[in-house]
Ligand binder design. Sequence first.
Ligand code: 6R9
Length: 653
Amino acid sequence: MDTIDEPRTATAEGSAARPAPHVDAAGYLTTYAASAADPEAYWAEQGKRLDWIKPYTKVKDVDFTLGQVSIKWYEDGTLNVAANCIDRHLATRANQTAIIWEPDSPEDEAQHITYGELHAQVCRMANVLTDQGVTKGDRVILYLPMIPEAAYAMLACARIGAIHSIVFAGFSPEALAQRVNGCEAKVIITADEAPRGGRVTPLKTNADKALLHCSDDVQCLVVKRTGGETTWTDRDHDLTALCAAASDQNTPVEMGAEDPLFILYTSGSTGQPKGVVHTTGGYLTYASLTHEVVFDYHEGDVFWCTADVGWVTGHSYIVYGPLANGATTVMFEGVPTYPDAGRFWQVCEKHKVNQFYTAPTAIRALMGKGPEFVEKYDLSTLTVLGTVGEPINPEAWNWYNEVVGKKNCPIVDTWWQTETGGHLMTPMPFGTKLKPGSAQQPFFGIKPVVLDPQSAEVVEGNDVEGVLCIADSWPAQMRTVWGDHERFEQTYFSQYPGYYFTGDGCRRDADGDYWITGRVDDVINVSGHRMGTAEVESALVAHETVAEAAVVGYPHDIKGQGIYAYVTLMGGVEPTPELRKQLETWVRAEIGPIAKPDLIQWAPGLPKTRSGKIMRRILRKIAEDDFGSLGDTSTLADPSVVDDLIENRMNRK
Ligand code: 6R9
């Protein structure tokens, strides 16, 4: 498992013309040591990557103490994120492509949007938002396909100081309504329809359904993506037409470094998704720095992150990081397998992509289709490959390395979270001996610690395992949960006092490299998407036939983890295959397609302690088809339920 690959050099065969890498092996050690010894000095310097209206004099003001958690970076500085991502590049890059937009269908033409055009489009949308009464601090929900307007809308909000909150276009009307209400949004920006993988999602119709549950004051701005028919009410405005008529000049608003930039809802172990808040100065500094260093991005490179802007990866590495660096960033509307499994590689060839960043689940799915889909295309421009979202299994890593990278492109396995804003652990592409499956080393200024889950004590030394915490802040750390600072403190700072608790378990191997072993809470990771088991359970029990439900993850070949639901029906309800289908459809509608259970087992009873607590450990084991090691079941109120669950288990190897 611990195969070591020698550190690559940027002048390896095929990339002879590349500039020297930003960080080599010696450079990593020196810079890391300096950043850890004097974080203030390191981050004071890094903040200068940005253009500040009023430069900061204070760098860091952080307290991780429960009851008074407070995180501030560059707090007395002022700046504007859109000006940093666009305006400051205009003198030298007005005619350089900022965004390459690749539509869902390869038959349709790609768009190359220059920094000059991006400026005009963002100014137009900023003016439209202002006309709608949106001002600094107001919330705007974005429910959009992967179209350039999604980036314009993010930057237009940033320009006028509004706080955007993107809701992934795969989420249901119910999930959308919850988020509109959760942050009391003034406006929602959506599109008529979202084409993806040859199919069309009626986004505007979904938005209409959601808005039935929201205040009548919420305005709806609609981008014309397909021109398809949609209903039209008094609150709807044609955003495409309004932008065309608006001025292409707009003065960016001066924002404090600690003013919120965006809210992004993410799943936790309990309750409803929480609104992760990221702020202006620290977030952008960190997104920009990590984008440059971790992908070894250089002037003129074409960078492609295949994520959706509905997830944090899309925020930091499609829009904010690359644009802050004046890069050319690819935005892809489609899916990896449409029209066939060669789509990613066709796009890499077509746009001469230099850095390619995707999720292990996509790699596993494509690996199953065979190498011929990759080999058809010229991938010689690729220099660095990246993965994110879940651990990558060595088999997928090797395929990515050999078939895609031709053993010539280092793979950066980047571990991070919605909460962290950017990469916290990753190899350096030209400065680390790579180990397939390991996120390896902390990024500059990051201090990981392994704690014993029982004693909460720090585990020193190597070849150890425990829960992963971070000992000190970094500029892109989330600042709070929107509207619920107490929940923020409880979730991240209460279990292991003095540390940021990541929710992940990890192993530090004999060389000091980190291996993420997965969540230690009730969060599962389905195709790289975070899902709270509690969310799926509450969707299930909302169905009239369901008395009780317990949801766990189980190993899934393609998705990493699948969703396994144990369902106890109301008395008198027949468990039929039709009902199983109905429940699947129900969860899809309540949350979205990504939450659909893969397996539903009818459970006449659930294993519970005498105090009524569901023993998830047992349910996980049965779902993993590993019931030989169930451990002590004698504390169960009724141990016989376990036999029935084992006998009727759904996942048989
Ligand atoms: C960026 C993102 C965060 C959770 C995280 C962890 C898992 C992410 C990983 C990884 C192993 C990696 N995760 N990257 N596990 N190796 N390289 O994915 O954010 O959606 O918030 O998920 O994903 O469990 O805690 P988010």
